[in-house]
Design a protein around this ligand. Structure first.
Ligand code: C5P
Length: 403
């Protein structure tokens, strides 16, 4: 294997509990050999398997262990610690730490750093085969992947617990290769600004009621993360969603279509615009300022609706401010291709990402998507993929188109 050169790069290595923690020592040695600066954080569980002294001797840096340590805090606060590295690596990542990451807990130093970081995160899981294949761990992995976390391993093989299967920590040279790949990954969108809309909009009826739709924001958020991973500066204008904010992305939270349009216009100029939000087509004319009351025996209110501005069409017609590549979405339940092609022309979009949102497809609000990419050159049918995989491929296509 060619020697890896990571001179001048900085890795924050989080070592959590598990018998595989001993391999972290070899990983630190390899990272140092490559010229990389390594700072280690050891969880309580990790400290059962390796000592801070070993990590400190190999990394030649202070090892951080406590969230509320006066000496650690005076050396470097946890927010700064989480952001001063080029990459955060978790090796080994226990099932427990994966679950805490997925849940967004900040109950120790490692989890707090992972929540506070704005850097890419590489995770090398290690656990018993049954813990690895448990649906809870699989769901946690899917959640983290959708947030843009990268993974290496686990490997398949014999385990310390005498079982055989997937769950072994990847070997240190493989983890080093994954670190080198992430640190040297090409950033074709560096210097470009991408605007992404995501999620539903909420259109008030009165102060407590609103009109909404089933959009989860998963696809739009994954696209924002994938564009950021390629080096773009990303502004994500999001309606109300429960998915978490992607790392390294500026998020502007809005509720209504009118607010989304204003936020998008304020974000211009942009080189790329991806309108993945499911914007409400109508808002209630003159929404009530006070909660509408039921009157016993009274007639139900009739809602008068006003069309919302079309954000995609407005920005695609923004003259000199028009982003160089405008991508819209088309959620259709029938005649998908015809409607999508029609929408591309009518709204002056460059591309339309069309998907079938018939309830039977499970796409709207689900974790997978099957898209048809409509461009001036024709229609490409993509296979059914996880939404983050669709996002990664779409971001790569966008990078080809604008560079
Ligand atoms: O017309 P339709 O809602 O099907 O168009 C879908 C595309 O247009 C999506 O990209 C969506 O984000 C965008 N759109 C918008 N503003 C609207 C309605 C739709 O940006 N008011």
């Amino acid at each position: 294997m060619a020697p890896v050169n990571l001179a001048g790069r900085r890795v924050l290595l989080i070592v959590s509990g598990g018998i595989a923690a001993f391999k972290a020592l070899e990983l630190v040695r390899l990272l140092r050999k490559s010229g990389c600066d390594v700072t280690c954080v050891l969880t309580k569980g990790g400290a059962q398997f390796v000592t801070p002294l070993s990590l400190q001797a190999l990394s030649e840096n202070h090892v951080y262990q406590d969230l509320f340590s006066l000496t650690d805090e005076s050396a470097m606060g946890h927010i700064q610690l989480s952001r001063s590295a080029d990459l955060v690596v978790v090796a080994p990542a226990s099932a427990n730490l994966l679950a805490r990451m997925a849940a967004g807990l900040a109950d120790d130093l490692a989890a707090t750093l992972l929540l506070a970081t704005d850097k890419r995160v590489l995770v090398a899981p290690a656990m018993n085969v049954r813990m690895w294949s448990h649906p809870a761990t699989m769901a946690n992995m899917a959640t983290l992947a959708a947030r843009g976390v990268s993974f290496v391993g686990p490997d398949v093989g014999a385990m310390a617990c005498n079982e055989f299967g997937a769950g072994r920590l990847s070997e240190p040279p493989a983890i080093l290769a994954a670190i080198a790949a992430l640190l040297s990954a090409p950033k074709p969108l560096a210097g470009k600004h991408a605007l992404v809309t995501s999620g539903p909009t909420h259109e008030p009826i009165d102060p407590v009621r609103y009109i909404a739709n089933r959009s989860s924001g998963r696809q739009g958020h994954a696209i924002a993360a994938a564009l950021a991973a390629l080096g773009a500066r990303v502004t994500l204008v999001s309606g109300p969603v429960t998915v978490s904010d992607p790392a390294g992305v500026k998020v502007v939270n809005i509720e209504t279509a009118a607010q989304m349009l204003a936020a998008c216009q304020a974000a211009l100029p942009a080189d790329i615009a991806v309108f993945a939000a499911a914007v409400a087509d109508w808002r209630v004319t003159g929404a009530a300022g006070q909660k509408m009351k039921k009157t016993p025996g009274g007639a139900p209110p009739v809602l008068d609706l006003t069309p919302n501005p079309d954000i995609l069409a407005t920005l695609a017609a923004a003259g000199p401010q028009r982003p160089a590549l405008v991508v819209g979405f088309a959620a259709e339940t029938h005649e998908l291709r015809r409607h999508a092609e029609d929408k591309r022309r009518r709204k002056n979009a460059d591309w339309i990402v069309a998907n079938d949102v018939n309830p039977a497809t499970g796409i709207m609000g689900g974790s997978e998507n099957e898209i048809h990419l409509v461009t001036a050159a024709g229609i490409e049918d993509w296979p059914r993929l996880a939404k983050d995989e669709v996002a990664t491929r779409l971001a790569a296509r966008i990078a080809q188109a604008v560079t």
